[in-house]
Design a protein around this ligand. Structure first.
Ligand code: ATP
Ligand code: FE2
Length: 331
C-alpha cells in the first residue's frame, strides 16, 4: 500500500494530486490565464508560487490525509517552461526535506500517457494532443515510441495562437470549440491540410486563417469550425495510420485538446469503422493536473525509483526532455 503526492507545474497549471494504490483521492489545481496574449513564463511561475501552499492544504483536506500518510512526493521534472518547473522542483524538495519523504521525478508527457490506463486501455496507440505537444505514441520494447508528430507547432498552441490573434484570450481551445458549434458543414472553408505519413503541420493553416480573418472574408464561427474539422481530420488520419502500422487495437486520447468533444467524436467514429476500442479519460485528467503526476509517480516508486538525502538534493529540472528518451523500466 502506498500514498503518493504529485506536483504539476510545467506550464500554466499548478496542481496537486494524491493517489493511493492507483486510485485518485485528491486532484486540485489553479491555472494561470490571460485576457490577451499568451503565457509569460515568469508570471506563470509567480502564479504557481502563490498557490502551492494553499493547494497542498486543499488536497490534504479533500482526502483527510497529512504528510504522515505520504510515502513519496512525485513532481513534474520535465519538459516545460524552466521558471515554472523550478517552482515545482523547489517546493517538492522543501516538503520532502521537512517531512523526510523521498522524491520521484516524473516526465509530464509520460504522465499524460500513463494516466490513460485508468480508463482500462491496455496497449493503446495514444493521440497526445496538448498545448506544446502533438504526438502519436505507442509502447514498443521499453520505450514510448513517437510514430508521428507535429513538424511545427502543437495543436493546442496552434488553436491558442489563432484565438489570441482573433482576440478570444487564453486558453483558446474551449472558446474555439464553442464558436465552431455555431457553424456547419455548408459553411466549411477549405484550409491547408498538411500531413506526411504520420506527421502533421499547422503553420500553413494558421497563416491562411489569419489572412481570412484580416480580410474579413469569413466569420469567426466559420473559421473556428473549419479549423477544427481540418486539423482534427489530420490527427485522426495520422492516428489511423499508426493503428494500421502497429497492428494495435486501441486508441487512447490524452492532453488538454482531447477535451474537445468534436475531436473525441471523430476519433470514436474512426475506431468504430476499424473495429478498434476507443478510450478517453475525464477532462480533469486530460488537462495538466497533479493526479497524473502522482499516478505515474506511484508506478515508478513501486518499481524502485526514488531519491532521498544528497541524491534528492542533486535533482534538477529538464525543460527539453523528450518522451522517447525515457527508458520505461516499470512496464
Ligand atoms: P504539454 O502537455 O504539451 O506541455 P500543456 O501542458 O500546455 O501542453 P494541456 O493542459 O495538456 O497542456 O493542454 C492545454 C491545451 O488544451 C490548450 O491549448 C487549451 O486551449 C486546450 N484545451 C483545454 N481545455 C479544452 C477544452 N475544453 N476544449 C478544447 N481545448 C481545450
Ligand atoms: Fe500537459
Amino acid at each position: 500500500m502506498s500514498v503518493i503526492l504529485g506536483i504539476e507545474s510545467t506550464a500554466h497549471t499548478f496542481g496537486i494530486g494524491i493517489v493511493k494504490d492507483g486510485k485518485i483521492l485528491a486532484n486540485v489545481k489553479e491555472t494561470y490565464t490571460t485576457e490577451k496574449g499568451g503565457i509569460i513564463p515568469v508570471e506563470s511561475a509567480k502564479h504557481h508560487e502563490k498557490f502551492c501552499k494553499l493547494l497542498l492544504k486543499k488536497a490534504f483536506d479533500e482526502c483527510g490525509m497529512s504528510f504522515e500518510n505520504v510515502n513519496a512526493i512525485a513532481f513534474s521534472q520535465a519538459p516545460g517552461l524552466a521558471p515554472c518547473l523550478l517552482v515545482g522542483l523547489r517546493f517538492a524538495k522543501k516538503i520532502s526535506k521537512e517531512n523526510n519523504i523521498p522524491l520521484v521525478p516524473v516526465n509530464h508527457c509520460v504522465a499524460h500517457l500513463e494516466i490513460g490506463r485508468i480508463t482500462g486501455a491496455k496497449d493503446p496507440v495514444m493521440l497526445y494532443a496538448s498545448g506544446a505537444n502533438t504526438q502519436i505514441i505507442a509502447y514498443a520494447s521499453e520505450k514510448y515510441r513517437v510514430f508521428g508528430e507535429t513538424l511545427d507547432i502543437g495543436i493546442g498552441n496552434f488553436i491558442d495562437t489563432f484565438a489570441r490573434y482573433t482576440g478570444l484570450g487564453f486558453p483558446g481551445g474551449p472558446k474555439v470549440a464553442e464558436l465552431a458549434l455555431k457553424s456547419n458543414s455548408e459553411k466549411y472553408i477549405e484550409l491547408p491540410y498538411s500531413i506526411k505519413g504520420m506527421d502533421v503541420a499547422f503553420s500553413g493553416m494558421l497563416t491562411k486563417l489569419r489572412q481570412l480573418f484580416e480580410r474579413k472574408q469569413a466569420t469567426i464561427e466559420d473559421l473556428s469550425y473549419s479549423l477544427q474539422e481540418t486539423a482534427f481530420a489530420m490527427l485522426v488520419e495520422a492516428s489511423e495510420r499508426a493503428l494500421a502500422h502497429t497492428g494495435k487495437k486501441e486508441l487512447l486520447l490524452g492532453g488538454g485538446v482531447a477535451c474537445n468533444k468534436r475531436l473525441q467524436e471523430m476519433c470514436r467514429i474512426m475506431c468504430e469503422e476499424r473495429g478498434c476500442k476507443f478510450f478517453v479519460p475525464p477532462n480533469s485528467l486530460l488537462v495538466d493536473n497533479g493526479a497524473m503526476i502522482a499516478y505515474l509517480g506511484e508506478i515508478q516508486f513501486k518499481s524502485g525509483i526514488k531519491f532521498s538525502g544528497k541524491e534528492a538534493d542533486k535533482l534538477d529540472i529538464n525543460p527539453r526532455q523528450r518522451t522517447d528518451h525515457i527508458k520505461v523500466t516499470w512496464r
